[in-house]
Design a protein. Structure first.
Length: 218
């Protein structure tokens, strides 16, 4: 398998849906199926938090959601858990600054898997690139209630700073993003937006995803 190109990565990042069982109003499978119908371009399995599934139950859910992604040609990314990503032969992994270092993950996964890294500053972004990241997650852009340990809200400042510094790596904004506040994120230089609640908690999941995708076209 070939290493992912930056152009393909940018296209995949347009509408990045993240979810685990605790985020869902419907079943995770139904939520993901409707989100795919609405146009999400990549999916991250993030089974995290006090009421989240553990052990075999988490593994079985991950495998079920990976199956849905495969049926529809949507890349399946695992949050944090490198062993799970390897066990499932997932398309990639997303890690933050508190997780296993991206350099070691790149060595374990090889060149052809997607490695995404959260960065909150120019220094973290440069380190992630040096470690072999394919894309960066930058946030929280807006206030979020989906991550208890989120850092201070940064608006679009860090995205702008990274682009002004000449970094061309594909990147996605995350945190409190809704269809109404997407345009400044894209204008700042992001290739796409990443959301949990704007899709998972929506009354009409398919329509919510469609509206978010439409909002990325500026
Ligand atoms: C696309 C994307 N960007 C950022 C994150 C946050 O990762 P991290 O800082 O490791 O926090 P947790 O999600 O693990 O709580 C992400 N998951 N995805
Ligand atoms: C998983 C995650 N990471 C963030 C970061 O800032 O790195 S914010 C966040 C939660 C995003 O959920 P919502 O779209 O519901 O705000
Ligand atoms: Mg993490």
């Amino acid at each position: 398998m070939k290493q992912i190109s930056a152009g393909d990565m940018r296209r995949m990042l347009k509408l990045y849906f993240i979810m685990g069982s605790v985020n869902c109003r419907l079943t995770p499978a139904e939520t993901l199926t409707q989100a795919i119908a609405g146009g999400i371009t990549i999916f991250q399995f993030r089974e995290k938090g006090p009421d989240s599934l553990r052990g075999n139950a988490a593994f079985d859910l991950a495998r079920q959601l990976q199956g849905i992604c495969r049926e529809h040609g949507i890349p399946f990314i695992v949050n944090d858990d490198v062993d799970l990503a390897i066990a499932l032969d997932a398309d990639g992994i997303h890690v933050g600054q508190e997780d296993e270092p991206a350099g070691s993950i790149r060595q374990r996964l090889g060149a052809h898997k997607i490695v995404g890294v959260s960065a909150h500053s120019l220094a973290e972004a440069k380190q992630a690139i040096a470690d072999g990241a394919d894309y960066l997650g930058i946030g929280p852009v807006y206030p979020t209630s989906s991550k208890d340990d989120a850092q201070a809200v940064q608006g679009t400042l860090v995205i702008e700073q990274l682009r002004r510094s000449g970094l061309t790596i594909p990147l996605v904004g995350i945190g409190g993003i809704t269809a109404g506040n997407v345009p400044p994120v894209i204008q700042a230089g992001a290739d796409g937006v990443s959301v949990i609640s704007a899709i998972a908690a929506a009354g009409d999941i398919r329509a919510a995803a469609q509206q978010l995708l439409d909002a990325t076209i500026i």
